[in-house]
Design a protein around this ligand. Sequence first.
Ligand code: CUA
Length: 179
Amino acid sequence: MSSILPPARRIWWKEPVEKLEVWWIVIAFAWALVLFFMMPYWHVFGKQNLSNEAYRISAEHYQKKTQAMVDKYTVRTETEQNIPVVHPPAGSDVYLIARLWSWWPILELEHGQKYRLHLSSLDYQHGFSLQPENVNLQVVPGYEMVVTVTPNKNGTFAIVCNEYCGIGHHQMVSRMYVK
Ligand code: CUA
């Protein structure tokens, strides 16, 4: 039979479902339920999925807020691009800009202190990945993502962009200090 001809039985779809198919539907449905309940489970008991808040914000406004923090709390500059290293007071709001293809500024945080970490992009979508910790956050233009963090390890951490954002994506790396 070719698809050009009508099916032999006109009401071809109105047949009892085969037993094997029923079993596959049951298995697929059960697995979907497992995945569904794993989402809240990992949010509460996993370490990767942080609770974030999101607010609408324009790129200009976000840049202004970040600049204000940088003007106030820069302690030195690093790298060939003279990126400011900012040491904001413990417990304060800290801002990080993602843009093609860099992170700005470099944050220096204190061990065991709570911070409100703000993230936003000035252009396209980027991904905030903190290495070697398992922290992943989407950085979306037009939105300010806020996570409450308490650094619990000393050292220098790498920040890499894990959302493909164009030709310089692999160069979009930075660092964060905790001491
Ligand atoms: Cu930014 Cu990839």
